[in-house]
Ligand binder design. Structure first.
Ligand code: F6P
Length: 285
């Protein structure tokens, strides 16, 4: 597939996601309770997780040029034709639904079979269900922010870059579970930047995109692979942050260079302004 064809398929996938957003926002009401099931990573599912996954899967597997589909809520990859592979986090941060806080959707479009490497991403995007619904999409190294109105993407900022005067940080995991090396890094950052942590990756990263700063869900003492998933969260978020001029790291290298071994593989995630990620890698070394 040529670069132009890849971009066209990715834009069609993002349009399909945008078209679902109003319905998804409406459908969250009445679906905030748990159902008696777990996703492939062993996390309890809410009715909204299962339902949004079905809505999005129906739309995306119908897109011409999409060959494989998988989501954080599904055990296995679905083959649906010839072409690019889509990995989706349908409701990122859905544990925030109970407290009526921010959630989102993350979309990764890979040119390769799943599980794929971050370097094989053709494009990536995330939707923020905040006071208004927005999408931030990276295609061909260029990042655009859209408002979604009546199911359509309306560009509000093109060539988005990370704020160059870093202001905010958000670090996941319980402090006693951090490694001593990460704790040292956190102590430095806490004295320089302002804490902003909401518990939904899209929201926390979107603040770093807007203000500049750093988001980390690091390796924990109890779980060295961290919490976030490489295919659905680490790779697409890294792709967007890097396209916006920032850096990503698993602690040693760009997340985009991490070898994929399985669909639901977890990875420590650190993204933000380049100098802040350089300092993190030096501290963890
Ligand atoms: O993976 C789901 C997720 O909700 C992310 O969106 C978020 O960054 C993280 O988990 C929050 O985890 P915690 O509840 O441990 O802060």
């Amino acid at each position: 597939m040529s670069t132009l064809q890849r971009e066209a398929v990715a834009e069609t996938v993002f349009d399909a996601v945008a078209e679902t957003t109003a319905g998804i926002r409406d459908g969250l009401r009445g679906r905030r309770e748990s159902v008696d099931s777990e996703n492939a990573s062993g996390e309890a599912q809410l009715a909204a997780d299962v339902w949004a996954d079905d809505v999005l899967a129906d739309r995306i597997t119908d897109v011409e040029g999409v060959g494989q589909f998988v989501s954080e809520e599904r055990d296995d990859v679905t083959d649906c034709g010839q072409g690019l592979s889509v990995a989706l986090d349908p409701l990122d941060g859905s544990s925030n639904l109970e407290s009526n806080n921010l959630i989102g959707t993350i979309v990764a479009v890979y040119d390769g079979d799943l599980p794929a490497k971050g370097r094989d991403l053709a494009a990536a995007a995330y939707v923020v269900y905040g006071p208004i619904t927005t999408m931030v999409a990276a295609v061909d190294d260029s990042v655009t922010e859209y408002e979604i109105v009546d199911g359509e993407r309306r560009p509000i900022e093109s060539d988005v870059t990370l704020g160059d005067d870093p202001t905010v940080y958000g670090f996941g995991g319980r402090v006693p579970d951090w490694t001593p090396e990460f704790e040292n890094y956190a102590e430095d950052i806490e004295s320089e930047l302002k804490l902003r942590y909401g518990g939904a990756l899209v929201g926390d990263v979107n603040q770093v995109m807007g203000y500049g700063g750093v988001f980390c869900y690091p390796a924990l003492q109890s779980r060295s692979e961290g919490k976030l998933r490489l295919q659905f969260e680490g790779n697409p978020i890294a792709y967007i942050v890097e396209a916006a001029g920032g850096r990503s790291s698993d602690g040693e290298q760009s997340l985009l260079d991490v070898e994929p071994t399985r669909i639901h593989q977890r990875v420590p995630v650190h993204v933000g302004n380049a100098n802040l990620i350089d300092r993190l890698e030096a501290e963890l070394d």
